[in-house]
Write a protein that binds this ligand. Structure first.
Ligand code: NAP
Length: 240
């Protein structure tokens, strides 16, 4: 039986590539999203992968969504915590709302969804969890104390939870993408983007496929000796 995989933020950007690669690998993928119904509909029409709308920062919404997914598709055995947002600003300009939104969406979501699939994974003695961090969580970034803290938190969260899962066949890993060619990065002014690319030894932005291949590798059935690790996929920009 195909294993069920939930990819949060899985209908566009990096998440869409992750969903499609897992689907090609034979996984039964469900892609979640926050509110972009048009993108979700177009994604399902193009790929045949079902989508579900819920807010990953709300524990109650996650609870309801996980119950629905498991009733309709089966137990979630692969979880990719990919949904994320930015609300950039220097400390002078950042307000509490910007802080909370980024912490709750990027890091709180990892707790919410891991908590909700954990008992099931424990009882089946199998699970694959991948949390999408960021190079900016490893190296920090000007104007991103909220995002860097959330992503850095993901890396600590991953190492701690990996220790709890190791004896019961659940692996928990993180991927730290560098700058990937998505809407999030294309929103950066062109001159700034060129400066960013100049700092990437590989000489280009990453692609969503570059990240998706890492997820396939870490979630393979026979990847059970890899846990608690952070896979940096950044073109050599930051060697951690
Ligand atoms: N792009 C990069 O260069 C880069 C680099 C390092 C790390 N990352 C990380 O990689 C992940 C994907 O980035 P991306 O560039 O592909 O992002 P993106 O294109 O902006 O897509 C974000 C996805 O997350 C969903 N989402 C946002 N808030 C949500 C919420 N509260 N509840 C449920 N879903 C929510 C969005 O749903 P809607 O479409 O409905 O809004 C969308 O599917 C993020 O965690 C990001 O931090 C990206």
């Amino acid at each position: 039986m195909a294993r069920v995989a939930l990819v949060t933020g899985g209908q566009r950007g990096i998440g869409a590539a992750i969903s499609e690669h897992l689907h090609k690998m034979g996984r039964k993928v469900v892609a979640s999203y926050a509110g972009n119904d048009a993108a979700a509909q177009a994604f399902t029409e193009r790929t045949g992968i079902p989508t579900i709308k819920f807010d990953v920062s709300s524990f109650a919404a996650c609870q309801e969504a996980v119950a629905r997914i498991e009733a309709e598709h089966g137990a979630i055995e692969i979880l990719v915590n990919n949904a994320g947002i930015t609300r950039d600003g220097t400390m002078k300009k950042m307000d509490r709302e910007m802080w909370d939104a980024v912490i709750d969406t990027n890091l709180g979501s990892c707790f919410n969804l891991c908590k909700l699939v954990w008992d099931g994974m424990n009882s089946r003695k199998f699970g694959r969890i991948v949390n999408i961090g960021s190079i900016n969580g490893q190296a920090g970034q000007y104007g991103q104390v909220n995002y860097a803290a959330a992503k850095s938190g993901i890396h600590g969260f991953t190492k701690a939870l990996a220790q709890e899962g190791a004896r019961v066949g659940i692996t928990v890993n993180a991927i730290a993408p560098g700058y990937v060619d998505t809407e999030m990065v294309r929103a950066v002014p062109e001159d700034v983007l060129q400066k960013i690319i100049a700092r990437i030894p590989r000489g280009r932005l990453g692609t969503a496929d570059d990240i998706a291949r890492g997820v396939c590798f870490l979630t393979a059935d026979d990847a059970d000796f890899i846990t608690g690790s952070t896979l940096s996929i950044n073109g050599g920009q930051h060697m951690y």
